[in-house]
Design a protein around this ligand. Structure first.
Ligand code: GLU
Length: 292
């Protein structure tokens, strides 16, 4: 039987902090316990925010923690063709449309509706769902706007995608979701509305590239924070539509600050580098995240 494949997939847009250390250690130890392979993937599709020096620091921080990974490391910025191909499959099936409303236009729409007493649905991250104005736009008109240089995003036709997939898929959860979901878990991709699959300036999205890469790398076990639990609904739907295998998922608790908030990359004091420079050792980091 082939060995299970685990991966840690940070984005190099800031310093790794205690939350990343916890995630990477839980992930690495799960891989070792299962006699699995451990891969590192650099999620650097956002070329405006990701920086090569952060990639180097990721390597340094993880090695310092005692984590070892297989080479070569996959960098998403080197695989835009793969994501374009996956998008093309969904486009050929009529499940994608170019959407032209800007963030400001969406906000104005939402504010007007809410001022009139009509509540507007939000996705699990709190963002308002896309109004869907452009769903019915004539292809010729959309093509003309794209040629004229209008900013746009390719969005999934969620209702049609769900119909094509035969309804919302399920997944196997080995950890637990924010509300304790575990075992075979039902998804609800519709909560995300017509999610973005790609943008004019970035020919992919987090959801699309993560799904393509997990399959390309033969990942069987996805270990990550509970902040990504609901994103799994979108990932499973895309896997079904693209005919990709389903990994098992293990979502873990998040490391929070003293105010109970999720750590962010802008909080310098919890960065692994700052802690190391202040004299912390890897075993101190383990203790700080409750892994002693
Ligand atoms: N790149 C994502 C992040 O930094 C993680 C992606 C994943 O594990 O699916 O939060």
């Amino acid at each position: 039987m082939s060995r299970p494949v685990f991966r840690f997939a940070p984005s190099p847009n800031g310093e790794l902090h205690l939350g990343h250390a916890y995630s990477a250690l839980v992930d690495y130890e799960a891989a070792q316990a299962a006699d699995g392979r451990f891969l590192l993937r650099i999620e650097d599709i956002d070329v405006t925010r990701c920086r090569p020096d952060y990639v180097e620091r990721i390597f340094e921080d993880l090695a310092w923690l005692g984590i070892r990974w297989e080479e070569p490391v996959r960098r998403q910025s080197e695989h835009f063709q793969d994501y374009r191909a996956a998008l093309g499959i969904l486009q050929d099936r009529g499940l994608v449309y170019p959407a032209f409303l800007s963030r400001g236009e969406i906000r104005a729409r939402v504010e007007a509706a809410e001022a009139a007493g009509r509540p507007w649905s939000r996705d699990p991250d709190g963002a308002p769902l896309y109004p869907g104005d452009d769903r019915a736009m004539e292809p010729d008109r959309a093509a003309a706007l794209i040629t004229a240089g209008r900013p746009f995003a390719y969005r999934l036709r969620m209702a049609e995608a769900l119909a094509t997939a035969g309804g919302p898929p399920v997944f196997r959860e080995h950890g637990s979701g924010p509300a304790g979901e575990t075992g075979v878990v039902a998804t609800d991709p519709a909560r995300w509305g017509d999610v973005i699959l790609a943008r004019r300036e970035i020919p992919t999205s987090y959801h699309l590239s993560v799904v393509v890469d997990d399959a390309a790398q033969g990942v069987t076990h996805v270990v990550r924070g509970q902040d990504l639990f609901h994103a799994t609904s979108v990932h499973r739907l895309l896997q079904v539509l693209l005919g990709l295998p389903a990994p098992v998922y293990r979502h873990h608790r998040l490391i929070v600050d003293e105010n109970g908030r999720k750590l962010s990359k802008s909080q310098r004091d919890t960065s692994l580098r700052a802690l190391r420079e202040a004299g912390a050792r890897p075993e101190d980091i383990r203790r700080m995240v409750g892994l002693a």
